[in-house]
Design a protein around this ligand. Structure first.
Ligand SMILES: Cc1ncc(COP(=O)(O)O)c(C=O)c1O
Length: 400
């Protein structure tokens, strides 16, 4: 029999369901609320800065760990994390590369890494690529409109002497949860007790609602030396295709991430780095506008879901996703429901199982993203409302 020429590692990965839903949305002309990319323009100032950088012929590699201007702009932005531009920052190809480079730089085969469920779908494969063993800890789903919460007992039980890191994402995809200071304090205490790293994905740090406070775990006592903070321009500046992310970490860890990053991608696009540096150096009024605009989208979409008789699990306090509980809905599983929505209703969402290790745990949910123009969101909720008039609710207890 001939070889498959597919590694055991790659053979373990399934295709990204989110990208599959995007393809189905294109095929059926559905509104794509599956993949988290905006359908509105990026800020004009940023695009103009990028045009200037290209005109200035910045066409060759930047310094592999990031152009000096961008690292200095990031150091000023993250002064509260004590970020030194020369020793603590790596500019990467999106937060995606920052995460895999961070894991490869810090974990050894067999190390355990704790991941909260539901999780952003890259974290499981990232752990596998780095040779580590993911250990999943479920957030408790909300009841009566409250928020997703940490199961303290399960989290304490998950930490052992084999734990090398915990991956955290706040504000959270897919739940919209913003981890509270007390929750982060518990995670921090366990990291200190078991001498583990916190690797924190904060790509939605500026997308917050209802006065929610974003706390970086690196600012908690004793955490600066054991935290890798990851973020990106992708979400804050609505430029997911520019592939600009970064990690902030103590010098010894940064040095290891730089080496992995160099061999993975050499560097992020040079002219776009210069454009980002220019805009970041101008300061932060932009981020207030961002939250206000997203709050309007969140409200319009959330009210639209409720009017359609759909049941959002919780009102998102950050990021731009909402999990909808489909228990009591006329379809049996999340995948059947998502397929019906994309084919017959004209709206693409992601089956909840994509965010869980065991598909059964996610099958009561669909995830919608609302990083779209208000008119797109209104048309999506109009379609959902019309479709839901045709759906007969299922009595409690009758689901398989
Ligand atoms: C939690 C989270 N982290 C990382 C990413 C990817 O970020 P980037 O496009 O900067 O690689 C996403 C994209 O949806 C995300 O939701």
């Amino acid at each position: 029999m001939s070889r498959t020429f597919v590694s055991r590692r790659a053979a373990r990965f399934t295709e990204s369901v989110i990208r599959e839903m995007t393809r189905l949305a294109d095929r059926h002309g559905a509104i794509n609320l599956a993949q988290g990319f905006p359908d509105f323009p990026a800020p004009r100032e940023l695009k103009e800065a990028a045009c200037r950088a290209i005109e200035a012929d910045l066409n060759q590699y930047a310094i592999t760990w990031g152009s000096k201007n961008l690292r200095h702009a990031l150091a000023a932005k993250y002064a509260h994390l004590g970020a030194d531009p020369e020793t603590m920052i790596v500019v990467t190809c999106g937060a995606t590369e920052a995460m895999i480079a961070a894991l490869m730089a810090t974990l050894n085969p067999g190390d355990e890494v704790i991941i909260f469920e539901p999780f952003y779908e890259n974290y499981g494969p990232d752990a596998i690529l780095s040779g580590a063993r993911p250990k999943f800890v479920k957030l408790i789903p909300p009841s009566n409109g409250a928020d997703w919460t940490i199961d303290d007992t399960a989290l304490r039980r998950a930490f052992t002497s084999r734990t090398r890191a915990v991956i955290l994402n706040t504000p959270n995809n897919p739940t919209g949860k913003v981890f509270a200071r007390e929750e982060l304090a518990l995670i921090a205490a366990l990291c200190r007790k078991y001498d583990a790293l916190a690797i924190t994905d904060e790509v939605y740090e500026h997308i917050l609602y209802d006065g929610a406070e974003h706390v970086s775990i690196a600012t908690l006592p004793g955490m600066a030396e054991r935290t890798i903070t990851i973020s990106a321009l992708s979400k804050t500046f609505s430029v997911t295709g520019w592939r600009l992310g970064y990690s902030l970490a103590p010098p010894r860890i940064t040095n290891a991430i730089r080496k992995v990053h160099d061999f993975l991608t050499v560097g992020a696009p040079h002219p776009l780095q210069e454009a980002a540096a220019e805009i970041l150096a101008r300061g932060g009024s932009f981020t207030n506008r961002l939250s206000a605009e997203y709050a309007e989208r969140r409200d319009a979409f959330f009210e639209g879901l409720v009017a359609a008789n759909l049941a959002p699990a919780a009102r998102p306090r950050g990021a731009y996703y909402v999990m909808v509980d489909i228990t009591g809905f006329g379809r049996r599983t999340d995948t059947e429901c998502a397929r019906w929505m994309v084919e017959d209703v004209g709206v693409a969402a992601v089956p909840g199982r994509s965010f869980y290790q065991n598909p059964r745990d996610g099958r009561r949910f669909l995830r919608f993203c609302f990083c779209k123009k208000l008119e797109t969101l209104r048309e999506a909720t109009r379609r959902l409302q019309t479709a839901m008039l045709r759906v007969r609710p299922v009595k409690a207890g009758s689901r398989a």
